[in-house]
Design a protein around this ligand. Structure first.
Ligand code: G16
Length: 555
């Protein structure tokens, strides 16, 4: 039977009745897909299974469906779709995802038929790839049942799927990319992922000075946020053998996911995960719940906590690549892509000291990744630790040419070889905490730079990030890469008026796309001033944008 017919016939969506839309629930495809309390999601998952099959047919490639709510609390869950070379779902299909997610049972077939009509190609039945959909899940208790709902949706439209079970989000991106590139991006399996990363890391480290060993201890301690990153790091370490030693804490054996640990907790509170006694001379890092974010930190002699966030990680990567390009005599431009959350000092350092092109884009890897693809070399990191480096094809071709040209001096060829291994080490599909961790370790070693030295390259302007709950966060709209509010009227003018009362200050607000909150960010000359400005702006949001509950208190 022709698949178009199937969609139009009531009897064919066999599992649909099991997934009614709960009353009063509508959802929007946000910064990273859908996120909500897990109990509100089975119908969304089923519908995303349906959508993934259509998108797979339309793109003639496999689609990844990851069941995760990443940094959100354990009780939440969510779903992200990925496609092509591991990119996020095309922004042009997000509206289809949003309307399908809330389609009542009676409207489901009509909506699917309309999609088939509007998107020619979605009706073809045989998969171009072996599978239409690859499914992955994080460690949340709800993930298994929700992944089942996705596969019910896939099979109801005659699609085929492979369920990888527990994987990190970036691993699923890699699997999608490697399937869709016929193995060009790597072997399409987890074994292929680990081999690719570990071989590139070992090749890079072979060029580094041996690091002094700390007797009876690990130089690096990794907080796994009690999520999927911890067991996957254990697997990766088995490929790395003795080339990297990492102690893993919050590995999910006893603690709760993202609770008082993980990258979001560390970034927002600028403190260590609960229970971790930090020692001077050691270095620490945290992942988030699905291992796509990475942050480093350490304490100095006085016990003061210092955070090496996404801005500083991108600075390290930009310096490293800029240095290798120079050595390899390759005239390519390194661009750094940031969001409004990037600390003002980092932007200035990248522009003025490193003389790099810097862009500011809206929050969300989907925007950063798209822009990075236009660059020779695009380094993108959100301050929260989510990011990667993309190497353009033109650059990689030239790198390969120099590597193989025996007439070139050894140092030039060695630099090109390091660039090649770096491009293999860094996940080209999305920000990946495990791959980024190996890249940071290798780059610090090769540059002979310590984490405190990286931290000291520039001094962050004091900042504060707060959240405010409002009745409907979608009522807040923004422009200029989210740095200015366009609605509600009067809010932007009021924010600017408060900013003028502080020295070297800036502030902005934007609705979160992953939590039911409005985010408030402020920077100023001193920490007291940044805290005060953030509080003042939070009060404005509460008063002018429909705040819920008590007014925010000063920190
Ligand atoms: C996701 C996105 C990130 C974004 C973060 C917070 O991260 O992938 O790009 O910075 O949400 O977004 P928002 O401020 O809109 O809530 P993750 O790690 O939660 O998937």
């Amino acid at each position: 039977m022709h698949p178009r017919m199937r969609v139009e016939m009531d009897t064919e969506l066999q599992h649909a009745d099991a997934y009614p839309v709960p009353s009063g629930i509508t959802m929007e495809y946000g910064t990273a897909g859908f996120r909500a309390p897990a109990c509100n999601l089975p119908h969304v998952m089923y519908r995303m299974g349906l959508l993934a099959v259509l998108r797979a047919r339309y793109t003639r490639g496999v689609i990844g469906v990851m069941v995760t709510a990443s940094h959100n609390p354990e009780e939440d869950n969510g779903v992200k779709l990925m496609e092509g070379l591991g990119d996020m779902l095309s922004v042009s299909w997000e509206k289809h995802a949003t309307s399908l997610a809330s389609a009542q049972l009676g409207e489901l077939r009509t909506q699917l038929s309309a999609l088939l009509r509007d998107c020619p190609g979605s009706e073809s039945s045989s998969p171009v790839q072996k599978y239409h959909v690859l499914i992955g899940q994080d460690t949340r208790a709800s993930s298994k049942v929700l992944a089942q709902a996705v596969s019910d949706g896939v099979t109801d439209l005659g699609g085929t799927f492979k369920d990888f079970g527990l994987v990190t989000t970036p691993q699923l991106h890699y699997l999608v990319a490697s399937h869709n590139s016929d193995g060009l991006m790597g072997e399409p399996s987890l074994d292929g992922y680990y081999r690719k990363l570990s071989e590139a890391y070992k090749a890079l480290m072979a060029q580094a000075k041996p690091q002094p060993k700390i007797e009876g201890s690990y130089p690096l301690t990794m907080d796994g946020a009690n999520g999927v990153g911890a067991p996957k790091m254990v697997e990766l370490l088995s490929y790395l053998k003795s080339s990297l030693a990492v102690k893993i804490i919050n590995n999910g054996e006893s603690g709760k996911l993202n609770h008082e640990c993980g990258a979001d907790y560390v970034k927002i509170g600028r403190r260590a995960p609960k229970g971790l006694q930090m020692l001077e001379g050691r270095i620490y890092c945290s992942l988030d719940g699905d291992a796509d974010r990475l942050l480093y930190y350490f304490v100095d002699k006085s016990g003061t906590f210092h955070l090496v966030d996404g801005d500083k990680i991108s600075t390290l990567m930009a310096i490293f690549i800029q240095h290798l390009l120079k050595e390899a005599q390759l005239p390519f431009q390194v661009s750094v892509l940031q969001t409004a959350y990037a600390n003002g000092s980092s932007t200035r350092y990248l522009k003025d000291t490193l003389q790099l092109q810097v862009y500011c884009l809206p929050t969300g890897v989907k925007y950063l990744h798209t822009k990075a693809k236009e660059c020779d070399i695009g380094v993108y990191f959100e301050a929260n630790g989510h990011g990667t480096v993309l190497f353009g094809k033109r650059v990689l071709d030239k790198v390969a040419e120099v590597m193989q040209d025996s007439s070139k001096p050894e140092t030039q060829r060695a630099a090109a070889t390091q660039l090649y291994h770096t491009s293999q080490l860094i996940n080209q599909a999305v920000g990946d905490a495990l791959s980024d961790l190996l890249a940071v370790e290798a780059m610090l070693s090769l540059l002979d730079l310590s984490l405190p030295q990286l931290y000291a390259l520039y001094t962050d302007i004091p900042s504060r990030l707060l959240k405010v709950k409002v009745i409907d966060r979608q009522q807040i709209t923004t422009t200029d890469a989210e740095r200015s509010v366009t609605h509600p009227e009067g809010l932007q003018a009021a924010i600017e008026e408060r900013v003028h009362h502080h020295l070297q200050a800036r502030a902005f607000v934007r609705p979160s796309g992953t939590e039911d909150m409005v985010r408030v960010y402020a920077e100023s000359k001193t920490q007291e001033s940044a805290d005060c400005l953030a509080h003042e702006v939070a009060l404005l949001v509460h008063r002018l944008a429909g705040g819920v509950g008590e007014e925010p208190r000063a920190t």
